[in-house]
Write a protein that binds this ligand. Structure first.
Ligand SMILES: C[S@@+](CC[C@H](N)C(=O)[O-])C[C@H]1O[C@@H](n2cnc3c(N)ncnc32)[C@H](O)[C@@H]1O
Length: 401
């Protein structure tokens, strides 16, 4: 009974203390109503309270750590998402190609061919090699270094069988093959240099489109049909309907057209005349090669059409360094030069103005692209295919593709 009373008292006291504690006035341990047992209970309770506080503190700390971890995780996820988006954007940007590859070779290699048909076929092989490897510019240079050379394929024909016209003939056949079939008769009048060109294998490149092919760009020729004042010009792009472009351009000029269908009237196609490099730069499309005639090896470099010049030049020879040991340096405009029957050394001999007798000093790299070759000599047309195939993975590597 008594113990029950004490217990009741204890309970009451504890309740009291809790009540007082809650109201901010803790009952003293010397409270006369509190027995020793009670005092122990109060101590236990204080201990419990302390532990509880401790636990609460730990729990709070843990919650803070958890919150910080969650925040960190969220930040990492955001960063990952941003990185992925950046990579995707980069990939999208990489759709376009901002670098170019040029090749240079002497036109004199045609003189080694035995017949007009074989001369033509040889030029066709160069055109196919250039197209297969997405070459943007083909430069035909004079090996001997003529002081003045006809650098246009327009003008009088002086004979397909004659030697000496090899540069012009090579350039003309290359231009003919590069031009989409539907434009050829508008751009190339009959010419004996092109007598056998119709028999050549087509290049079948992305800008050689058929009537019904759909492509965001088309090559065309401005027709002699005036559009209304201020309404630009009409361009024949190899389709039934001529495309109206924004600019007023002289009839007969070849243009690259960025196509846009008139949403109001699809039967009246519209487009914008763009630079020939736009399909490559914007869409990563291979859009054929430009042909340039150079009166000497020196002019190959000095008359570069890119205002920054060629920033990576490669000379090719069996005496060069093995292509297998080379990593190319980054570039915007690459030039690969091939020699003729007697190689690049012979070209330099006739170029006193260059004041260099070893071609390896003329180029960033002087490469043997077919180490351990099985034939004593590799012909220029073969060397072009071999070299471009060997250099291709190195270009892709250095351009991050
Ligand atoms: C018929 S070869 C010239 C051979 C000549 N006897 C020489 O010493 O260079 C014509 C061209 O093909 C290219 N060529 C031939 N063999 C090559 C090789 N192993 N590596 C790179 N280019 C080569 C060079 O551009 C050369 O100027």
């Amino acid at each position: 009974m008594e113990s029950h009373g004490v217990d009741s008292l204890n309970n009451r006291d504890i309740k009291n203390e809790v009540a007082c504690h809650q109201s901010g006035t803790l009952i003293s341990a010397k409270n006369p109503y509190i027995s020793e047992k009670n005092e122990n209970n109060v101590k236990d309770w204080k201990q419990w309270k302390k532990e509880k506080k401790e636990l609460h503190k730990k729990w709070k700390q843990q919650r803070m750590i958890q919150k910080a971890e969650k925040l960190k995780q969220k930040e990492e996820q955001m960063k990952e998402k941003e990185d992925k988006e950046r990579e995707e954007n980069l990939e999208k940007e990489k759709v376009g190609r901002d670098y170019t590859v040029s090749i240079a070779l002497p036109g004199s290699i045609l003189d080694n061919a035995q017949s007009p048909e074989l001369r033509t076929y040889l030029a066709g092989q160069i055109a196919r090699a250039a197209t297969i490897f997405n070459v943007d510019e083909v430069i035909i240079f004079d090996e001997i270094g003529m002081e003045k050379m006809e650098v246009s394929t327009e003008g009088e024909f002086t004979g397909v069988k004659k030697k000496g016209q090899a540069n012009l003939q090579m350039a003309r056949i290359l231009q003919y093959l590069e031009c989409p079939q539907y434009l050829r008769k508008h751009i190339f009048p009959l010419h004996p240099d092109l007598q056998f060109a119709g028999l050549l294998n087509p290049l079948d490149s992305p800008h050689h489109l058929r009537t019904k092919d759909i492509c965001p760009f088309r090559e065309g020729i401005v027709v002699n049909r005036p559009a209304r004042e201020g309404k630009g010009s009409f361009v024949y792009v190899g389709q039934k309907k001529d495309v109206r472009v924004d600019k007023l351009i002289k009839p007969g000029v070849r243009v690259t057209v960025k196509m846009e269908l008139d949403k109001m009237n699809p039967k009246r196609p519209k487009g914008v005349a763009v630079m020939p490099c736009t399909p490559r730069v914007e869409g990563g499309l291979y859009w054929g090669y430009a042909v340039r005639l150079a009166c000497s090896l020196a002019a190959v470099f000095t008359e570069c059409p890119y205002k920054e010049g060629y920033d990576l030049t490669v000379g090719t020879s069996e005496r060069g360094m093995s292509v297998d040991e080379v990593t190319l340096s980054p570039f915007k405009h690459m030039l690969v030069v091939f020699g003729g029957l007697n190689g690049l050394e012979a070209c330099l001999d006739s170029h006193e103005s260059l004041e260099i007798d070893d071609p390896k000093f003329l180029f960033s790299y002087y490469l043997n692209t077919c180490p351990n070759q099985g034939s004593r000599t590799i012909r220029t047309e073969e060397a072009i295919l071999i070299s471009l195939a060997a250099i291709r993975p190195k270009i892709l590597e250095v351009q991050g593709r």
